[in-house]
Design a protein around this ligand. Sequence first.
Ligand SMILES: CC(C)(COP(=O)(O)OP(=O)(O)OC[C@H]1O[C@@H](n2cnc3c(N)ncnc32)[C@H](O)[C@@H]1OP(=O)(O)O)[C@@H](O)C(=O)NCCC(=O)NCCS
Length: 254
Amino acid sequence: MSAQDIRIEPMVDEKDVLDSFDCITDAFGIQVNDGIWTQMNPGWDTPEGNARCAARLAARFRTITKDRNGKPNTVFLKATAPNPAAPADDTKRLIVGMAIWVQLSVVEGYGDPPVEDLGKVMDLEELYPGNEPEQRFCRQLDHALHTDRIRVVKEKGEPGATGDKPPAAFVLDLCASHSNFQRRGIATRLVQWGIDEAKARGIECLTEASAMGRHVYLKLGFKQVGGEMDYATVDEEFRTKRALPSNIFMRTGA
Ligand SMILES: CC(C)(COP(=O)(O)OP(=O)(O)OC[C@H]1O[C@@H](n2cnc3c(N)ncnc32)[C@H](O)[C@@H]1OP(=O)(O)O)[C@@H](O)C(=O)NCCC(=O)NCCS
């Protein structure tokens, strides 16, 4: 498979989202065992649990909002490669990478508001029935991971803060390449797509970068802001007992 065989396109239907979940499971679950992703996707390692996790992501795809210019506030991107069993059949292409980009703003019409309390947008009781500590850990983890993006998006919402640019940011929310297809430039193209789209929308890019992801983002112009995330606001009972992944906050600049 050569780089020219890979295609980067926005997902158009829910089946793409469901199909892309294999690739996310492979990267964040099997390959990295990322402590945040596995906490947010309980049961990911069983067929039934995995299907439920994929269905939750598909539900998110169904509720995409638009900004005042009619642009989607969330873009699910797919990277596809020809299926070796049917190389010429475009309908059978395999999803080998995916990314989610979100336009965030605290100003109405310019993007979705950043999530400050996961419990308000996600049914944590469905995720961890009757389990208050696990639900609390989910809320605290999500907030700790996203503290910097929330701060920056709020700053952009201050009157005059972005000049004649929209008071919004384009945030790389998730990025994964299937381990069989890594180091072939797939993430680079998924991220470059978002950088180009952000430029067209007149806004800056932000992301939280894992130990693997940061190399890709650095090459594309993201800069690290601050140090390693310390998850200081997560209760000690979780902070000391759970494996929390290395993450840094990165931005491309105004
Ligand atoms: C991070 C990830 C998305 C990168 O995907 P990818 O398709 O392999 O990335 P690319 O091929 O575009 O990499 C581009 C460059 O980034 C750097 N890079 C990518 N992965 C790297 C790694 N694991 N270690 C060091 N550098 C890396 C390299 O410089 C690479 O170029 P090169 O292969 O020519 O040296 C993929 O490894 C992955 O899914 N990891 C697990 C989940 C994860 O951490 N996602 C990111 C969340 S922020």
